[in-house]
Each structure stands twice: as C-alpha cells, then as structure tokens.
Design a protein around this ligand. Structure first.
Ligand code: PLP
Length: 470
C-alpha cells in the first residue's frame, strides 16, 4: 500500500543506468539485426497471446521488462532496419537520428506555438531552409520569403494539408463543383485526403499514364478543359515524383502548364524520390519544374536516414496554408503570436500538438553533412543499377519499369504465378524481404534499395538467392 509522499518515479540515477542499458540493447539489436528473418513469421494473435490478460497492478522489475523485448517483441518485429529489407519503400533510421529522437523525448517539448518552446520552432524553420539549399529546391519555398517548410507526420498529412489549402483558395459556394486531378499511379493518400477534405472520391479524376507509368499531360489538359466546359472548377493537381509502384516521374513542367491555365494548385508528392535531389546528377530527373509548384513534400523518414516520423512539406504561399488551418481559441493567445514576428506551426498542420522532430533531422544533417548524404544516396542508386543490369542480362526475367533511381520492378517470363512463387520463396528464406505490385496488369516483384545498412554484398546475396530459387 503506497503512503502519501512515496514515489514510484525513476530516480535520476536509475534512469541513467537503465538508459545506458537500453542504448546498449538498441546498439546490440542493430548489430545483430541481420541475423533475424527480415519478415516476422508470427501467426496473427501470437504477440497478444504472450501478454498477460490483465494490466500490472504492482511495479515490475526492469530486467523483466527488457527480457520481454526479446521474448515477446522481437519475434513480432519485421526488421525494417535489416540490410535485407527490400520491401515497400524503406523507413530507414540512423544513429544520429535515433539520438535526436531520444533527446526530443528527453526534452519532452510540445511545440505547438513558438512560445511553447522557441527552439522547437526556430530550429525547424532553419533546418528546413538548409534543406532547400542541400536539395537545390526553389527559393520560393524559403521561410525568408512568402513560403516556408514544416515537418509533418507523413506524406499523407502533407498532401492533405495541400488539398485543404487548395480547396480554400478557390472561392466557390458549392464545393461539389470542385475537381482534383492525379494519375492512376498516385498514392492512395491523395484519394484519402480528398475524402477527409469533405469531397467525394469521384471529385478526384484519375488521369491515365504512359508506358513509363508517368501521368499523360495531354489527358490531364483534356480532362481539365472538359470539366471547365461543364461548369466545374479544377482546384488541384497532384503530380508524383516517384510513384509508389515503380518510381515513375510525372512530367511536372507539362503538368504545370495544364494546372496554371485554370489556376489550380499544383502539389508534388516526392515522398520517396525527393531525397535523390541531394545528388546533383539526379536533379535533372527529380527537380524539374519545381519552381512552378505551389507545394512539394518528401519523406526524410523514407530515404534520408531519419527515423519515422518526418515528412517535410514546403509551400510557396504559407498564408494560404495558415488560412485553412488556423483556429485561435483564447487559451492559446500570447504576445509573441500576436506580434506577428513568429511562426506557430500548429497553424501549418492538422493536429495542435507537435514533437520536437527537427532535432533528429538536425543531427542527421550535421552528422552526415551534404557529402555523406550524397555518398549514401548515390550508392543506393548505383546498387539498383547493378541489380537492374543483372535482371536485364538474364533471359528468365523481364524488367517492367525503368530504373532511374533505386527501385527495380521485374517479372519472371513464365508469368504471374511464377513471379509470385519466386517472391514467396525469397521471403521464406528470411535473409531478404521483397514485396510486389501490379504494373500494366502484370505481377511485378519490387526490389527497393534504400535501407541505411544495405551494402553491395546484401544486394548480391539477394541476386544469388533469386538465381538459386528460379
Ligand atoms: N506518396 C508516395 C509516393 C508514397 O510512396 C507513399 C508511401 O510509400 C506515401 C505518399 C505515403 O507516405 P507516408 O507513409 O509518409 O504517409
């Protein structure tokens, strides 16, 4: 029975000792991550079955809590940080990023307003301005002009915010007249965002793509003109630079031509491929036409060695975003906000509260420097080119999409069943994890190369495994 004045809190000394133990555990995990089957093999319900039915009433010893990480958690983990992770897109991490997140937790800041922790806001603004220089993005995104960047939870949130700002920029009495456009290959978050924004899914037109899976701007222009002729209001075009299925790149300049004609907001979703802009040689692929877009987002939590969650959204007109998302209750009023001299990021996204996520990005940028980031991103692209060359040289396989960046999509020439069997066999081996998509109706194996720890030997091992299983 606890008495008044008792404490259950950790002492600073306990925290220090256990903290070192936990860091050791994470460091050991990352050292041995390659030894685990990449994809968790537990059956549904297995993890819950290991847990007691009732919550603990009495405090439990820490050695038991840590032991359960090994016993209960690890078997149920798919190892996204394994160098054999070639599935989906990566959600990569790095030492500096993990430590940045730890410091963020330690500070425990809630940065909804500038006034609730000036460093949380100003570090974010500054680091995102740095990124514009590192990625050679348009200066119209800089916070020193009328634009600015903000860290969002995910690319889905960033796209939702762009949709909301675009919806509110057009003054229509009846929002059912609004129409948005994206390609058939766009990420599902575009449709979700449209629905969350109070529009019907059929107010989003899906524009067909060319043989490389990029949006056809002629069809976009025709769809927009037909809608205008029918009295409808095109308010938004979402182009994708690096689609989820195959990393196809929509032709942003031609898409901008069509969008600008009717003043539709142009948002570019570069969730995965945006990181490629750190490499100057890749900018002619991923940065073309960006000076004409209203907003652009990418995920450092995919391919810039920064732990989930960290998406970056840039806008050229921050006032439009703030107009859509700002609500000011009395209890948040403060002198700094009213002075107009500060940014309150609560007005730049949907939730009120926000973690100090800029810390991990700051640590990553300072630890690697532009040179380090460029080296590793270019390395992944070179590994993918090597893998694509093996596929091209092998008559058992057929490549189903161009490989300009770090994703290789291919099929077995014997057809969908053979491709699927091969994928299942690779994943059953446990040393690698790959996933699939459909391209032009065909089952495609996707090999996505971007995990922080993936080296040439891992990509070669995957190729050898495919070879032995075919
Ligand atoms: N956009 C694209 C092109 C993606 O590939 C993805 C995820 O893979 C997303 C958006 C959604 O990303 P997030 O998980 O950050 O919402």
């Amino acid at each position: 029975m606890a008495e008044p004045g008792d404490t259950f809190h950790q002492t600073p000394e306990e925290f220090r000792r256990l903290g070192h133990e936990v860091i050791d555990w994470v460091a050991d995990y990352l050292e041995r991550v390659e030894s685990f089957p990449v994809q968790s093999t537990v059956e549904p319900g297995w993890v819950r079955a290991q847990l007691p039915a009732h919550p603990p009433e009495q405090p439990e010893p820490w050695h038991e809590i840590l032991a359960d990480l090994e016993r209960v958690v690890l078997p149920g983990v798919t190892h996204w940080q394994s160098p054999g992770f070639f599935a989906y897109f990566p959600a990569n991490s790095s030492g500096p990023s993990i430590l940045g997140d730890l410091v963020s937790s330690g500070l425990g800041v809630q940065g909804m307003l500038w006034a609730t922790s000036p460093a949380c806001t100003e570090l974010e603004t500054h680091v995102l301005d740095w990124l514009i220089e590192l990625l050679d993005l348009p200066e119209t995104f800089l916070s020193t002009g009328s634009g600015g960047g903000v860290i969002q939870h995910s690319a889905s949130d960033a796209t939702l915010c762009a949709i909301l700002a675009a919806r509110d920029r057009v003054a229509v009495d009846d929002i059912t007249t609004l129409r948005a456009y994206t390609s058939t290959q766009a990420h599902s978050s575009v449709e979700k965002g449209i629905r969350v924004a109070g529009l019907r899914a059929d107010q989003l037109r899906l524009i067909d793509v060319d043989a490389s899976c990029a949006m056809r701007p002629d069809l976009l222009a025709a769809a927009i003109e037909a809608d205008v002729a029918a009295g409808l209001v095109p308010f938004l075009v979402v182009a994708t630079v690096g689609t989820t299925s195959s990393l196809a790149i929509d032709p942003v300049p031609a898409v901008a031509d069509a969008a600008e004609r009717h003043r539709a907001w142009l948002h570019v979703d570069a969730a995965m491929a945006g990181s490629a802009a750190i490499v100057p040689e890749l900018r002619s692929l991923v940065n073309v036409g960006l000076e004409r877009v209203d907003s652009w987002c990418f995920d450092p939590h995919k391919w810039l060695f920064t732990n989930f969650d960290c998406d970056v959204l840039y806008v050229t007109d921050r006032a439009a975003l703030i107009r859509s998302l700002s609500v000011l209750p009395e209890y948040l009023r403060n002198v700094a906000s009213e002075s107009g001299a500060v940014i309150d990021y609560r007005d730049w996204h949907v939730p009120l509260g926000r973690r100090f996520r800029a810390l991990k990005l700051w640590f990553v940028l300072r630890h690697y420097g532009g040179a380090g980031l460029r080296h590793h991103i270019a390395d992944h692209v070179a590994l993918a080119a090597w893998f694509a060359a093996q596929v091209d040289a092998d008559p058992r396989f057929e490549r189903l999409a161009p490989c300009d960046l770090n994703l290789v999509c291919f099929a077995h020439v014997d057809g969908d069943d053979a491709s699927q069997r091969l994928l299942d066999a690779v994943n059953a081996d446990g040393s690698a994890y790959v996933t699939h998509t459909k391209l032009d109706g065909r089952y495609a194996i996707r090999v996505s190369i971007g995990q922080t720890r993936t080296e040439r030997r891992h990509v070669e091992a995957l190729w050898n495994l495919l070879d032995s299983l075919t």
